[in-house]
Design a protein around this ligand. Structure first.
Ligand code: MLT
Length: 312
């Protein structure tokens, strides 16, 4: 009977609205990606997808919320590279990274931009490094907590210049950007999904982009390689997860809807305006996300361990 009810249930899946947890505050880069993808997926699935922002602890509280949710297909998580880095950064996580989730698929890979408040004295990366070293006890770096993409990029920066700066954690880089615009915090490394408009509007100072090549929409912004810090090259990949045990039929329907979303004109147009692009359809699969997560845990573990004090 249980098999029949499971199939029947999955066959009718989804029968009610789905919650997509974003492990950072509203208005930030992760939230922006999630709302675009959720809007398209809900059309394909025929049920509303409600985004729930669960910020804190660099995204690990939101991930835990989903790891412990009912495995019925009605709670999913949209998270990024932080799912991999947190596995090394946190001695004790409230979930087992590689055993707590079903994988739906990859979504997009977003470049990061190294910014400072508008009136920062330095006009190029060399000048910013000089300023940071000379004022290391008072220069503040905003991030979204240990495990956030902004934390990773800040760690790469401080490690590259061998200078620990004062880090200021927020529940997301949406709220952090407010303080950067207000000059309450000095530096932030954040994704183009949250910074493109500000850079184009001249409301912040931008020094470099972490992609291998310059971005079409931010042509004047040098890459970290050009600016002399190739070790800061990083792309923030995003994936959709469900709690371990979610019925395969539900996961498959979510993956199919994700594939459609990545080909949705509205999604790809909006992503292009924000300096990114949808992952290829072949990556919108459970296997692709699982492989990415496993390889990224292995890739960043030694980097984080070598960064030591800069990872705190
Ligand atoms: C981060 O990891 O920095 C997050 O993307 C910030 C956010 O989405 O608010």
């Amino acid at each position: 009977v249980s098999l029949v009810s499971t199939i029947a249930q999955a066959a009718g899946y989804p029968e009610r609205q789905i919650t997509m947890v974003v492990p950072f505050a509203a208005g930030g880069p992760t939230d922006t990606v999630a709302r675009l993808v959720a809007e398209s997926m809900s059309k394909t699935l025929g049920q509303q997808i409600v985004v729930e922002n669960v910020g804190g602890a660099g995204g690990t509280l939101g991930a835990a919320r989903v790891a412990n949710a009912d495995a019925d297909g009605y709670t999913v998580l949209l998270h990024h590279i932080g799912m991999a880095t947190s596995d090394t950064l946190y001695r004790k996580l409230p979930y087992e990274t590689l055993n707590a989730f079903e994988y739906v698929g990859l979504v997009t890979e977003v470049p990061m931009t190294l910014l400072a408040r508008k009136d920062m004295e330095a006009n190029d990366l060399a000048g910013l490094i000089e300023y940071a070293k000379a004022n290391k006890d008072k220069v503040t770096v905003a991030n979204a907590g240990i495990g956030a993409a902004s934390h990773l990029c800040g760690m790469l920066f401080m490690s590259a210049i061998e200078t620990p700066l004062v880090t200021v954690p927020y529940k997301g880089t949406g709220p952090a950007m407010t303080d950067l615009l207000g000059g309450q915090v000095d530096i932030m490394c954040d994704q183009t999904t949250n910074t493109t408009k500000q850079i184009q509007g001249g409301t912040v100072k931008a020094y470099a982009v972490t992609s291998p090549e310059r971005l079409e929409i931010l042509k004047d912004l040098p890459t970290v390689k050009e600016a002399g810090l190739p070790q800061m090259e990083v792309g923030i990949w995003h994936g959709v997860y469900a709690p371990k045990g979610t019925p395969k039929e539900a996961v498959d329907k979510l993956s199919e809807a994700l594939k459609v979303a990545l080909k949705d004109n509205n999604v790809s147009t909006r992503f292009a305006e924000l300096g990114t692009a949808p992952s290829p359809e072949s990556d919108a699969t459970p296997e692709a996300l699982k492989a990415k997560l496993e390889s990224e845990i292995a890739r960043w573990k030694p980097v984080i361990e070598a960064a030591g004090q800069y990872a705190d």
